[in-house]
Write a protein that binds this ligand. Structure first.
Ligand code: SIN
Length: 276
């Protein structure tokens, strides 16, 4: 039975991802639509919309329905009038792209973002540039019981210098910071109450309770586990597609298999709470 009255929801996989249709995000959404979209995000962890032509203001207005907008601590501010917009761009000269390593956004913040809303406007002409998403609920629940017991109560350091240290040399922003924070290795989702694995290759540097080599070994085991294909879905972008992911329950990875081509999107990021 479709429990939704104002939107249609089609699952991408049984584990993660759903496409939402029947809503025009360029218009103000009703409270009922907001509740249903939020409910779909909680149920499916990442939701996708097609054919959404949005101005920057409409994009930001949609994001603000879910919370305060986050300003990235060190990403270039390509649109000076819109510090909340993170530009995701690659062109014929790009050697790397943002998000090529599995990560959850800015987990180095003391209060990392709850969600990210990426609107893509230009996609490579021959395909490529998909984004992969993985469920951190599934990753946690599919760990062997002794491993779950071992990591319960542990904390890990997340450091923006690991993900973004290269930006210091580029010196492209005067007020940039490289935050670092300590978070539980297993976090509890504040809305669903489910437990999720919360370490990621992009930002996590060490588990506090373990000596360096042991921490490296355990983190590598967890990273490989997180990359299990059965925990994932993969989204193929079209111009005017949107992906909205819950950073508290997912990780993602941008594929860079379109060297020499252009891809352009803008992301609005919604602030979150301190993980517990
Ligand atoms: C990101 O990590 O926000 C970028 C995702 C993408 O480019 O697909």
């Amino acid at each position: 039975m479709n429990a939704y009255q104002t939107i249609e929801v089609t699952k991408l996989t049984p584990v993660i991802g759903a496409e939402i249709s029947g809503v025009d995000l360029s218009r103000e959404i009703s409270d009922r639509q907001f509740e249903e979209i939020h409910g779909a995000l909680m149920a499916h962890l990442v939701i996708f919309f097609r054919d959404q032509e949005l101005t920057i203001e409409q994009h930001k207005a949609f994001g603000r329905r879910f919370g305060e907008l986050h300003v990235h601590p060190n990403a270039p501010q390509d649109l000076p009038d819109h510090p909340e917009i993170l530009v995701v761009a690659a062109d014929k000269n790009s050697k790397h792209v943002a998000g090529e390593v599995w990560h959850t956004d800015v987990s180095s913040d003391a209060e990392p973002p709850m969600g990210s809303i990426l609107h893509m406007s230009v996609v490579p002409p021959d395909g490529g540039g998909d984004t992969m998403f993985a469920s951190m609920y599934e990753a946690y629940e599919r760990l062997a019981e002794p491993v779950r017991r071992m990591i319960e109560g542990m904390t890990a350091f997340h450091d923006s210098a690991k993900a973004h240290g290269y930006r210091l040399k580029q010196n492209d922003r005067a007020n940039m910071t490289l935050p670092s924070s300590e978070h539980p290795v297993v976090r509890t989702h504040p809305v669903t109450g489910r437990k999720a694995l919360y370490v990621n290759r992009g930002f996590t540097t060490r588990i506090r309770q373990l000596p360096g080599p042991d921490s490296d070994a355990v983190l590598e085991m967890l990273y490989r586990h997180i990359e299990t294909p059965e925990f994932q879905c993969r989204f193929r972008w079209r111009p005017n597609s949107i992906a909205f992911w819950d950073n508290r329950a997912t990780q993602h990875r941008a594929l860079f298999d379109y060297q020499g081509e252009r891809r352009y999107g803008q992301r609005v990021t919604v602030s979150g709470d301190r993980p517990f």
